[in-house]
Design a binder for this molecule. Structure first.
Ligand code: EPU
Length: 417
């Protein structure tokens, strides 16, 4: 096990290039198994979740060649067998194997997903979708068994506009008979990315990115080449880190439109932001105003940036209120930030944050974004070394975090625990 050591107090400066999106990649890799020939994914992030997915696909009989940021997946020899339990348990997004296997084989056996446990994360809307398409879904000894004689298109209204359920239904419906309409669909950019891949594979999907998605089922899908969209959450995290350290950083290889909510909020605080076609420059200023933030579904402020934003708000004057309307209890970073001297209390789904300096401490990342929050907090500390354990969570979502931060001038290193 390793821990991250951070000797803070240095403004981040320079340029960072953002990798492909984790939350796209872990849906696109299972999507590839719906094809009958090779799918090539470019701009893939180097993350532990991606490695676990490659392992799962290989165990099922697919040929996977992963080199740098490219993965070639030849699913032609893939078999319909129960998912290997070990790797599946490590992943939250292993649930995409349900939609993908169901779409390809009309059956699947998948262990209940693992991943970041910041609060109970139900999959009832995924299951509602599979059942509406004609599948029988049972939970036997901790594994979900799905089976359908035939998948038939239908209209599905999601009670909550869930990213995972929207993508899973698209996967299962792409090769179903007839048309499926998803109402109250999630609109996140990653959903458009999955629809783009499936359409390049021969699927007929319209309306991705709006609340109504129409999927015209086709009998077969073929291979293709697809480049993954940039990771807006990684980009937002570096924007926040740049501002928190009063630095000056160009965040490159991004889609600025995906970052509108965080950009607007940071400008409201007094951070100077310049937008270009594929990059954003963030310049810190000596003092920031307090703001209120509400994490919502896209295009609202991303819940995945809520924890990192908490760290930035400790650097603002006065009292900020940060509420999460997607996950009401995603505040595992707060007690750790308090150990670093932050004045934060949680009330219901809100964190109330009073600005002030932080101090070095030994803290533990309990989930991926909580980890990012602690790293940012450590970067702001003038004296002493902050130690962050739970690095395995951070590795699930941040490609080359340490080398990127070091390139930006931070004094950060990994050390054995
Ligand atoms: N929900 C239900 N029933 C369901 C599914 C979701 O009630 O069947 C609720 C959830 O409890 C939550 C809300 O709906 O309150 C939204 O959940 P959603 O399904 O959209 O989340 P997800 O698909 O499980 C993805 C990302 C998360 C990100 C959320 C929200 C992946 C693998 N994960 O999760 O990313 O927070 O969307 O944008 O794509 C992360 O990257 O750190 C992360 C946790």
């Amino acid at each position: 096990m390793e821990k991250l050591m951070i000797s803070g107090g240095r403004p981040l400066q320079g340029m960072v290039s953002i990798s492909g999106a984790k939350n796209s990649a872990i849906a696109l890799i299972p999507a590839a198994i719906l094809a009958e020939s090779e799918v090539i994914l470019d701009n893939l992030p180097l993350l532990s979740d991606v490695a676990v997915y490659a392992e799962i696909l290989e165990e099922l009989g697919a040929k996977v060649a992963w080199e740098g940021s490219q993965m070639r997946i030849d699913p032609s020899a893939i078999k319909s067998i129960p998912m290997p339990n070990g790797p599946v348990k490590k992943l939250r997004a292993s649930y995409y194997m349900m939609g993908a296997m169901l779409g390809r084989f009309k059956e699947a056996v998948v262990g209940l997903p693992g991943g970041c446990n910041f609060e109970p994360r139900p999959i009832d809307q995924h299951i509602k979708g599979f059942e509406a398409l004609g599948a029988t879904v049972t939970n036997e000894h901790g594994s979900i068994h799905l089976h359908a004689k035939e998948l038939r298109g239908t209209k599905i209204y999601l009670d909550v506009s869930s990213v995972g359920a929207t993508i899973n239904i698209m996967l299962a419906a792409a090769r179903a008979k007839g048309a499926t309409i998803i109402e109250n669909a999630a609109k996140e950019p990653e959903i458009i990315d999955v629809a783009t891949l499936l359409n390049s594979m021969g699927a007929v999907i319209k309306g991705a990115g709006t609340e109504t998605i129409r999927i015209e089922g086709v009998s077969e899908l073929h291979g293709c080449r697809h480049s993954i969209i940039p990771d807006r959450i990684q980009a937002g995290t570096y924007m926040i880190a740049a501002a928190a350290t009063r630095g000056d950083v160009l965040i490159d290889n991004i889609i600025p439109k995906h970052l509108e909510a965080i950009t607007a909020k940071m400008q409201e605080m007094g951070v100077v932001i310049e937008e270009f076609d594929e990059s954003i420059r963030v310049k810190g200023t000596p003092s920031y105003e307090h703001v209120d933030v509400k994490a919502l579904i896209y295009p609202g402020f991303a819940t995945d940036l809520q924890s990192p934003m908490t760290s930035l708000l400790t650097q603002a004057r006065g009292v900020s209120v940060l509420s999460d309307f997607v996950y009401s209890n995603r505040f595992k970073h707060v007690p750790e930030l308090v150990r670093m001297g932050a004045k934060i209390r949680v009330e219901g789904r809100s964190a109330i944050i009073e600005g002030g300096n932080l101090n070095a401490a030994k803290v533990k990342a309990a989930d991926l974004r909580a980890g990012a929050a602690l790293v940012i907090a450590g970067l702001t500390v003038e004296d002493g070394v902050t130690e962050v354990t739970g690095v395995e969570y951070i590795d699930r979502g941040y490609d080359h975090l340490v080398s990127n931060l070091r390139m930006l001038g931070a004094d950060v290193w990994r050390q054995s625990e």
